[in-house]
Ligand binder design. Structure first.
Ligand code: SF4
Length: 383
């Protein structure tokens, strides 16, 4: 069987400044950008054999801030990508961007490359939220960025929004959604703010400078999100993701459907169904490894239990849910019976729906998805 490769992820670990909630690996020192781009090329060439195994159908430039790269950087990166995998296989080529990088000239430059999708980190349509989050753009810049993309012909636009900010009201979130819908993006990713250990935001929470939004408000915001986007014609195809028909993120959908991917760059992860590996989260060390031609990723062999658990969790996040047929094909009858047995109480309470051989979250189940997923996971109690 010809397995379709999920795709190629390129990590650009540079940000002009750090947002207070972010725990992704990135650096504000841009002085190493040239050497880093060279290192990306070295890694792709060093892993050429992996690219030969399957066709790469999606490319995703994530970060960090890929829109900190300039034309000459993209020339160098695309030259090597075209060497290691065939452009005729590419279907979706996404770049993540910060709104204030998206001048008309910059987007016109992007259009000279194969990009056909852009994911814009808007986060909020309130300037006070943006400054609280230490984002470097304004609301006006975000709106202009969307307009510039359209004017330059890059109209497959996704917008990232964040809700559940300290002090945020349901009315403000509703207003955010109204502005977003007015802009008519083809895709929206909407995440509840999380407090990741080590971030500035986490410290502020721990020291009592800010308070988490309460559970009731969080649920109300999520509920409003689902209702408003559905009414506007968006398909709620993954817990945090919404798309107009035909505009689901193919790259991210592959992650949720257990397809392999290659991650290039500092801190980038790769997955091939048997193992997961990740590069060093240090730009200087990554460049050093590239110079001597010895990349040294950490690697984890994925055992059967982990693979089953990952498959259950990721499939349940999607609107299609978990195919029992596929589960049995991949993990056998015993594992599948275990899953169905664990799902039974949730099916009885209406939190899960069993239909046409698929188990999926119901509307009420979405709000307690974490506990449902952990109940369906396989825990080896021999230990
Ligand atoms: S721009 Fe993105 S990657 Fe950079 S600090 Fe902000 S959220 Fe993190």
């Amino acid at each position: 069987m010809r397995v379709i490769m999920a795709g190629l992820y390129i990590h650009i670990p540079f940000c002009k400044r750090r947002c207070v909630y972010c725990d992704f690996y990135s650096n504000t020192d841009m002085s190493l950008k040239n050497q880093y781009v060279e290192a990306l090329a070295c890694e792709m060439r060093a892993r050429r054999d992996e690219f030969l195994k399957e066709p790469v159908t999606t490319l995703y430039f994530g970060g960090g801030t890929p829109s900190q790269l300039d034309e000459s950087d993209f020339v160098r990166v695309f030259r090597v990508i075209s060497e290691v995998c065939s452009p005729s296989d590419w279907k979706e080529i996404t770049i993540e961007a910060n709104p204030d990088d998206l001048s008309l000239d910059y987007i016109r430059m992007l259009k000279r490359f194969p990009f056909n999708r852009i994911s814009i980190g808007v986060q909020s349509f309130f300037d006070a939220d943006l400054s609280f989050l230490n984002r470097r753009h304004t609301v006006a810049q975000a709106i202009e960025a969307v307009r510039n993309c359209r004017a330059a012909g890059l109209d497959n636009i996704s917008i990232d929004l964040m809700y559940g900010l300290p002090g945020q009201t349901l009315e403000q979130w509703n207003e955010n959604l109204s502005v977003a819908l007015h802009l008519k993006p083809r895709h929206l990713s909407c995440y509840h703010l999380t407090y990741e250990e080590g971030t500035t935001l986490y410290k502020r929470l721990r020291t009592g400078q800010i308070r988490e939004v309460n559970e009731e408000d969080s649920v109300a915001m999520f509920s409003l999100l689902i209702d408003r986007l559905r009414e506007a014609g968006y398909e709620h195809y993954e817990i945090s993701n919404f798309a107009l028909a035909g505009f689901r993120s193919q790259h991210n959908s592959s992650y949720w459907h257990d397809k392999p991917y290659i991650g290039i760059g500092a801190s980038a992860h790769s997955y091939n169904r048997q193992s997961r590996q990740w590069n060093v989260s240090d730009i200087r060390e990554y460049i050093r490894q590239a110079r001597i031609g010895e990349f040294n990723p950490e690697k984890e062999i994925i055992d059967e239990d982990t693979r089953y658990n990952d498959a259950v969790i990721t499939a349940l996040r999607t609107s299609e849910g978990l195919s029992l047929l596929r589960l049995e094909h991949c993990f056998g009858k015993e594992r599948t019976e275990y899953c169905v047995e664990q799902a039974k109480p949730f099916i009885a309470s209406g939190k899960l729906i069993l239909e046409n051989g698929n188990i999926r979250l119901s509307r009420s189940g979405i709000f307690v998805s974490d506990s449902i997923m952990s109940s369906l996971m396989f825990v080896d109690d021999k230990d």
